[in-house]
Design a protein around this ligand. Sequence first.
Ligand SMILES: C[S@@+](CC[C@H](N)C(=O)[O-])C[C@H]1O[C@@H](n2cnc3c(N)ncnc32)[C@H](O)[C@@H]1O
Length: 308
Amino acid sequence: MKNIPHAIQYQGSKRNLASEILRYVPEKVSRFIEPFSGSAAMCVAAAARNNANSYLINDLNQPLVELLRLIIDRPTDIAVFYELLWNEQHDNSIEHYYRVREDFNQTRDPRLFLYLLARCVKGSVRYNAEGLFNQSPDKRRYGTRPETMRRNIFGVSALLKGKADFSSRDFREILLEAERTDVVYMDPPYQGVCGDRDSRYFSGISHGEFVEALHELDSRGIAYLVSYDGRRGGQTFGEPMPDSLGLTCVELAAGRSTQATLLGRNEMTYESLYLSRSLMERMERKVGGCGLQDAQQYVLLERVARYG
Ligand SMILES: C[S@@+](CC[C@H](N)C(=O)[O-])C[C@H]1O[C@@H](n2cnc3c(N)ncnc32)[C@H](O)[C@@H]1O
């Protein structure tokens, strides 16, 4: 899947892994639900494959969801606004960034957020204890050029306009709305950083609460996928998922870390993707029928080999 548009720079975006992850999503689902959507890279990639009839974009970070709503429903307005703001920066780009950041922290205007994300260090959001956005500007770049941004905004809008719903609620409320014909993809905030609050994202969640929510989904027969822990070289990060959930784990190669490359080490990073029991059952029902992808067949064969 080449040339999938993306308008929002967001650290931790699944943009580069999206096509790998979607290999494990059944072909035609009613609704593709992303409770931790971030930049909504997965919904965009799923829409490019026409994977679902509709898409639910949810993230606790309200300005981010409002920004996605604007991109999808009002592409001209947001593209024009971005261009005007971007062109303002040239007299003193750094000072301009800090002024926009202050305005954003007072107003939460999602249009300002698009510029800050394009202009800040590595598209990585950072919040202080009061919930104010406090990331610094990238001093070597001016942020995505308006022509490129416009192309991406219109690309994302063309894929999702009329098919997406938006909300900004806690993930547990969203899970309550999932139905058996839907598929839920979850990429929660990284764990193990410092308690439950991770300054990289708007809020952290506890491992225990998350696992409990997955048990609840299982009890209702909802199919889901989770990106969670991973490993680099021999070192693992994140708490593993408990066996009681009966998940099938697939490791996805996520590339070489910049740090390892700098140190001349040849270490790959792998991310775990967990597939729920109901998702596996849906795949099993398809065996012999059409529409099962190679990756799905492979994971089923592996499972049979392991558990009989
Ligand atoms: C790892 S990021 C998701 C990145 C996303 N997959 C992408 O491709 O851009 C996790 C997201 O979860 C959101 N979040 C944190 N706590 C949440 C909660 N309790 N309910 C819903 N979203 C939450 C954060 O704001 C953050 O955007």
